[in-house]
Ligand binder design. Sequence first.
Ligand SMILES: [Zn+2]
Length: 338
Amino acid sequence: MKGAVIHGPRDVRFEERETPKITQPTDAVIRTVATCICGSDLWSYRGVNHIDTPTPFGHEYCGVVEEVGSAVKNVKPGQFVIGSFFASDNTCPHCQAGYQTSCVHRELVGGAQSPRLRVPLADGTLVPTPGDPPVELVPSLLALSDVMGTGWFAAEAADVKPGKTAVVVGDGAVGLLAVLSAKQMGADRIIAMSRHAARQKLAREFGATDIVAERGDDGIERIKDLTDGVGADCVLECVGTGDSMKQAIKSARPGGSVGFVGVPHDVELDFQDLFYTHVRLLGGPAPVRRYLPKLIDLVWTQKINPGKVFDLTLPLAEVAEGYRAMDERRAIKTLLRP
Ligand SMILES: [Zn+2]
């Protein structure tokens, strides 16, 4: 089998890999129908995260179950399934509380940019769709594997509710889907921070009512202007840098909430500053598994179309070009077809 392997900075190859097989009785092996490239993969691609050894790449997937281990009871061969980037048993106290990405048995599902994938803890991790999906729904179902659930968590963590004002920091796929999530949760006003015309357009399509192109102090100033000097009730941070986190916290009103889902890189918070903001913070790797049943239903009934974030589709063999396109911001998000 050939799949994507990262060797070092800007060096992703489509090359021969061992075909995954069942190694634990709780595993499933799926045939990947679609996979994609995540903004968070770019941290490794750009050399910010160090790669010691050639590593199978990718963590977003949907596909058809080919084989299950002897202990798997609910997932069956032939089912179309979606799972999160962290496998979870869905039974431990953290899973029961809805934080499956903190599962006591969590395991990263890596190497998803390939035609076959081993998924640990299959019963807890994988959620089947109501039937074989029509081909046009596949991109939206794939988006549920990470970016849509992550945007949804950002909105929930920021306590978006009907009538509230939400600010979304970040215009990558997660930021755009955070806009869609805030809209679904009834936010009255959604301010998307973006400097890119194509992304601004999609943000508006997903429900943004205002766009702020400024950043830093100017960006904070614009948010204050747009909210009569008060600040936003809810801020959805979808980048993970020190600047974006500062932007998020300072855009919130006293008593407001910040949901942060961008994987942090060099973020240092001044706790003295934070103390006087009266801002509530909740973030982390999104418990995508918690939202899968609801989000599958919203896609299946065509109430949401998160697959619109894919503006480039390539055969898996051209995965290296997919990374280049996202690195150079020629593409928002690349879908790969094995
Ligand atoms: Zn668990």
